[in-house]
Design a protein around this ligand. Structure first.
Ligand SMILES: Nc1nc2c(ncn2[C@@H]2O[C@H](COP(=O)(O)OP(=O)(O)O)[C@@H](O)[C@H]2O)c(=O)[nH]1
Ligand SMILES: [Mg+2]
Length: 396
């Protein structure tokens, strides 16, 4: 058709039907939107782009829109709604912290759980005390502690019943653990507050440092980490991953380099950068290697030379799974360094948590933290009452 003739015919129709014209005008924006979308899709197609996809989810987080759901959703129609991937996900409610009672289940079952069956309706006599001694040793309390607890039962519960024995044990254990409750706050003293972390390989040093760094950062403190385990390259990487997670810097040396040099650099950098806390990791080859112990003594000396009074805390990390071996490790480390606090890790996965009572009795060193899992929240400040409540199943 001649375009001019077509326009004249339309003008004549419009003059005769003004309302219809208004209706047609109302449809124009919708038409434009459709054309714009089609044009955009075509241009995207020409550039070889696929239809909008949700951003890949960061590791460990679910994608906002699963790819399959996005494919089924079809083309975007309502343009004022942002693409689905941009809708911020509602914050996930924080899971309630796991109860210490739950995390100590295996230890409780191995100790207090068996106690009920052993005592039954029996009176406290020599045969019962023998059985009780075997139970205490089996629960990794150690011979000296078992003996001390038996003496308490003899004293407090002779002629009594099962409840009296249980109460005597509970009171005696609580008294022993109260002796090793730390006196001051965990970050008291020093600016920067320097913490040196010792322990054999695999005891949980690096993980504990990561958890501690997260606590300090959450409290608004500036944290610096020192990768003093130069013996294993993976240990440095592991600490760096924690540093990224927590958002703090990590001072690392050369692989196989001098750990004392890393400790020195960390303290120096912590002072220069105005850090509040410096947490220094160390290598943990087996404690039977004498040079390791000499090395640790050197690390402590170098730190003190750079910052008088530091390290303000020297934490020895012990794995509860090692049971009585934790005690011999502790003896060797305390001979080599001035250990000011213990961290007992992996209490969540062991029946040997009773070793904590043995450590308290034999060493008398404050227990600063207990590790009850692998995640960042699974480090608890040690509290004797809470621990005993959880151990005896009395906690709420
Ligand atoms: N279940 C559990 N695992 C832990 C705990 N602390 C550390 N671990 C794990 O123990 C392993 C060794 O820990 P790591 O920090 O590398 O030990 P390091 O060699 O002393 O530095 C890692 O798999 C940690 O996730 C804890 O309290 N509970
Ligand atoms: Mg490590």
């Amino acid at each position: 058709m001649d375009p001019l003739a077509g326009f004249e015919a339309f003008a004549a129709w419009a003059a005769a039907n003004p309302l219809a014209l208004l209706g047609a005008a109302g449809a124009v924006p919708l038409l434009c939107v459709a054309v714009a979308w089609a044009g955009g899709a075509l241009r995207a197609g020409a550039r070889g782009e696929a239809s909008p996809r949700p951003e890949p989810a960061p590791a460990g987080r679910a994608a906002t829109t699963p790819p399959a759901a996005a494919a089924q959703a079809g083309p975007p129609i309502a343009l004022e709604t942002p693409p689905r991937a941009e809708i911020p996900a509602p914050p996930a409610p924080a899971p309630p912290p796991a109860r210490l009672r739950d995390r100590l289940r295996l230890t409780r079952e191995a100790f207090v759980g068996r106690l009920g069956a052993l005592l039954g309706g029996r009176a406290v006599d020599a045969a019962l005390l023998d059985d009780l001694e075997a139970l205490l040793l089996g629960a990794d309390l150690g011979p000296r502690t078992a003996e001390a607890l038996l003496a308490a039962v003899r004293r407090e519960a002779s002629g009594g019943d099962a409840a009296a024995v249980r109460a005597a044990l509970r009171t005696a254990i609580l008294a022993k653990l109260r002796r090793v409750e730390p006196a001051g706050a965990p970050d008291a003293g020093g600016k920067p507050h320097v913490v040196l972390v010792l322990g054999v390989n695999g005891s949980g040093k690096t993980t504990t440092i990561g958890k501690l760094a997260a606590r300090h950062a959450a409290a608004g403190r500036r944290v610096l980490l020192g990768a003093g385990d130069t013996f294993r390259a993976a240990a440095v990487e592991q600490l760096q991953i924690w540093g990224e997670r927590v958002g703090c810097d990590v001072i690392a040396g050369t692989p196989g380099g001098d750990p004392a040099a890393v400790a020195f650099d960390t303290v120096k950098a912590a002072v220069a950068r105005g850090a509040d806390v410096a947490l220094i990791d160390t290598a943990g080859r087996l404690q039977t290697q004498r040079p390791l112990m000499e090395e640790l003594a050197k690390v402590a000396r170098v730190i003190a030379r750079e910052l008088p009074g530091a390290p303000h805390e020297t934490l020895l990390v012990l794995d509860a799974n090692t049971g009585q071996n934790a005690l011999s490790q502790a003896r060797l480390f305390t001979a080599a360094a001035k250990v000011t606090g213990l961290v007992l890790t992996k209490l969540d996965g062991t029946a040997k948590g009773g070793v904590l009572v043995g450590l308290a009795e034999e060493l008398g060193i404050p227990v600063r933290y207990v590790g009850v899992g692998e995640s960042v929240d699974d480090l608890r400040e040690f509290d004797a009452e809470d621990f005993v409540d959880a151990l005896f199943g009395d906690a709420a």
